[in-house]
Design a protein around this ligand. Structure first.
Ligand SMILES: Nc1ncnc2c1ncn2[C@@H]1O[C@H](COP(=O)(O)OP(=O)(O)OP(=O)(O)O)[C@@H](O)[C@H]1O
Length: 240
């Protein structure tokens, strides 16, 4: 079975003022199997957000391959990319990124709206069931500002699931939360992973990374180490 997410010899350069190159990803090789739960760590500036933007089909690599579900993303048009984003991937952000004027149910519906799905009783019932699943069944008509940070992140988790994605990309999902609420959110992500979802999560915190099955550390745009939480190292890339 092919890996669900694979990057091969991935390079990403940014160009300052149009021509001065900043080399950020420098020949990254990573492969994630379906059902994996990966914590992506590394110092500030090591390339985590750059990699997540590429994995989320928000940006394209300068060179190298990105295979998502075995398909080469490089050959897809912008329309195909947004299609794969909305059907294959779910997103969770540090700042929740909920729309303040919308209710819990409406926020969960949003990816369907972006996808052009017609909202009806069936989609509403699905969103309400997801709200129920994340413990917000009695808060369906609340707006984000009427919820705690942990509750807002639970709405974001429900929203990330509305398209039944294969892969969830979580960018510091507990970064704005206290430690008790962080544990609740991590328990929820762990349950989702146990139910089969592949999760790739950026974190700076070791105790959050400990919830993952695998910890990948980047340094200067390459993989510094790749360790299963319950096993010996998979690879320990040579220092660059
Ligand atoms: N649009 C851009 N133009 C130029 N340089 C950029 C751009 N975006 C990021 N960079 C540079 O790329 C490098 C990697 O940035 P990136 O945001 O991927 O790191 P990170 O590991 O996510 O850091 P942090 O933990 O601080 O979020 C940094 O040196 C940054 O300055």
């Amino acid at each position: 079975m092919p890996a669900i997410v694979e990057v091969l010899d991935l390079y990403k350069d940014y160009f300052l003022e149009g021509h001065v190159p900043v080399h950020v990803l420098k020949g990254l090789n990573l492969s994630f199997d379906e059902g994996d739960f990966v914590a992506l760590m590394g110092p500030s500036g090591s390339g985590k957000s750059t990699l997540m933007n590429i994995l989320g089909c928000l940006d394209r690599p300068t060179s190298g391959q990105y295979l998502l579900g075995g398909d080469d993303v490089a050959h897809m048009s912008d329309d195909e990319l947004s299609e794969i984003r909305s059907t294959y991937l779910g997103f969770i952000f540090q700042a929740y990124n909920l729309l303040p004027q919308y209710t819990v149910t409406e926020n969960i519906e949003l990816p369907l709206v972006y996808q052009g799905v017609k909202l009806d009783e069936k989609t509403k019932a699905r969103c309400e069931a997801l709200a129920e699943m994340v413990g917000l069944g009695t808060r369906l008509d609340h707006r984000p500002l009427q919820l705690s940070g942990g509750q807002q992140q639970r709405v974001a988790i429900a929203r990330s699931l509305v398209n039944d994605p294969h892969v969830i990309l979580a960018d510091e999902p507990t970064g704005n939360l206290d430690s008790r609420t962080s544990v609740e959110i991590m328990q929820m992500l762990q349950e989702l992973n146990r139910s089969g979802k592949t999760i790739i999560m950026v974190t700076h915190e070791n105790d959050i990374a400990a919830w993952a099955r695998r910890v990948v550390r980047l340094r200067d745009g390459v993989v510094e180490s790749d360790v299963r939480n319950d096993e010996q190292p998979i690879t320990a890339a040579a220092a660059h």
